[in-house]
Design a protein around this ligand. Structure first.
Ligand SMILES: Nc1ncnc2c1ncn2[C@@H]1O[C@H](COP(=O)(O)OP(=O)(O)O)[C@@H](O)[C@H]1O
Ligand SMILES: [Mg+2]
Length: 414
């Protein structure tokens, strides 16, 4: 049906027309899109399918723990398998597949509530309220709900470490022991985590239950990333829109950064968006370069926005020194500037020692550059230098925190 009814012209039409569209279907490049073809994960898919298959005959599969860095396809693979499982049992006669993201539902209550919602499939009829019950009560009710169905439940808990860090592992204890109480139904748990040390966070009881089967998703190498990008580009772009070196370049950059397919796809998508916005007829490696710096700047913006008040004040002090003609400064210069900003905005300053710690932090975040320099007989000192672009400096200066900032005018020296 797409494209059949031409929309009438309105105030936006000129922009739609003037924009040369390079991306055939932008949904395909979004991170939420689940591709039907997942190159280089066939072995993992086969392994999981083999473990889960008994569920279709009403038997309980082993619990699985999936470990792998971000962007290694864990979520995509599990969602794909869920889709296929639903196709294999369309009436959900034997298997009920439930997917929960523990980053979104990060409390025990939230996780159990979401599971109950997916079982009932109609929020209004859910007996368990969104909030207010004791955990014991919700557990008992959920157990009853599960048992009534007389099925195998496969419950995927994605980003499982998020919940454990916050709430401990009681919820996983409950979910992995629930089978001892159930009469008719069975529950299998699939836990997914980015954290290789995750099992260290678990108590021994849960470690063995949750990790009955363990699968590790390794990072992708350049060649694998290329295949993933080629596959996606095939369905996202018309032929001839991508220059030949775009995908190898995106793949090479992302392989350097830990073999993360999400980053690789994001780089390709942003490159395409930049080319479109500039009205260019093709996507080239120059667009990839711009996309890369855009991603880097966006990351620093995010970091700066989330700095603590004291770190922001320190950063403004360093900016003020730089603008006063002091591109590299000592810890002493930095502390003096920091104190002066504190005074101007009515904040009480931290000690120099604390500020030295915050300087190290800004250095680690890549916002400033601090190196030790030996100064002859007196020993060693730190040389501090700002390293963020002009527009980010303006962003720091226009932070709400500094809206009443007025530089000290009369003082010649700080
Ligand atoms: N083998 C693959 N083939 C195609 N796309 C993939 C593959 N692995 C990952 N992706 C894509 O990369 C992005 C990140 O994958 P995701 O499954 O979210 O990673 P993880 O959950 O391991 O952090 C998603 O957009 C996903 O569709
Ligand atoms: Mg994931």
């Amino acid at each position: 049906m797409a494209g059949e009814n031409k929309n009438e012209a309105n105030i936006f039409t000129q922009y739609i027309k003037s924009r040369h569209s390079l991306i055939k279907n932008s949904k395909i490049l979004q991170t939420t899109y689940i591709p039907d073809n997942l190159p280089h994960r066939k072995d993992k898919i086969d392994a999981i399918v083999e473990i889960l298959a008994p569920a279709l005959n009403g038997d309980k599969p082993s619990n699985i723990l999936i470990i792998g860095k971000t962007g290694t396809g864990k979520t995509a693979v599990m969602n794909f398998i869920g889709k296929e499982l639903r196709k294999a049992d369309p009436q959900q006669e034997n298997v009920h597949f439930i997917y929960i993201n523990c980053e979104v539902n990060d409390t025990a209550y939230g996780i159990l509530y979401s599971i109950s919602n997916q079982i009932i499939n109609n929020i209004e009829e859910n007996k368990i309220p969104f909030t207010g019950w004791s955990l014991d009560k919700i557990l008992a009710t959920l157990t009853e709900m599960i048992d009534k169905e007389n099925k195998v439940f496969i419950i995927v808990l994605d980003e499982i470490d998020r919940s454990i860090q916050k709430n401990g592992d009681d919820i996983f204890y409950y979910l992995t022991t629930i089978n001892e109480v159930l009469q008719k139904s069975r529950v299998s748990i699939i836990g997914i985590t980015n954290n290789a040390k995750f099992t260290e966070l678990l108590s021994p009881k849960i470690k063995s239950r949750l990790g009955e089967e363990k699968l590790v998703f390794p990072p992708y190498n350049v060649e694998q990333l290329k295949d993933i990008l080629y596959n996606r580009a095939d369905i996202a772009f018309d032929t001839g829109v991508l220059d030949d070196d775009v995908i190898p370049y995106c793949a090479a950059l992302s392989a350097q950064e830990m073999g993360d397919a999400r980053r690789a796809l994001e780089l390709m998508r942003i490159s395409a968006e930049i080319a479109e916005r500039q009205g260019d007829p093709k996507i080239t490696s120059a667009h990839v370069k711009s996309a890369r710096s855009k991603i880097e700047v966006d990351a620093i913006v995010e970091v700066i926005k989330t700095l603590t008040i004291q770190s922001k004040i320190l950063l403004l002090g360093i900016i003020k020194n730089t603008e006063k003609g002091l591109p590299t400064m000592t810890t002493g210069d930095t502390y003096a500037a920091y104190k002066s900003v504190c005074e101007c905005i009515g904040q009480s300053p931290l000690t120099q020692r604390r500020i030295t710690g915050l300087i190290q932090e800004l250095d680690m975040l890549g916002i400033i550059h601090a190196r030790i320099k030996s100064t002859g007989r007196t020993g060693r000192t730190k040389e501090i230098e700002l390293c963020i672009p002009r527009d980010l400096i303006e962003m720091v200066k226009s932070d709400d925190l500094f809206k009443d900032y007025k530089p000290p005018t009369q003082r010649t020296l700080m």
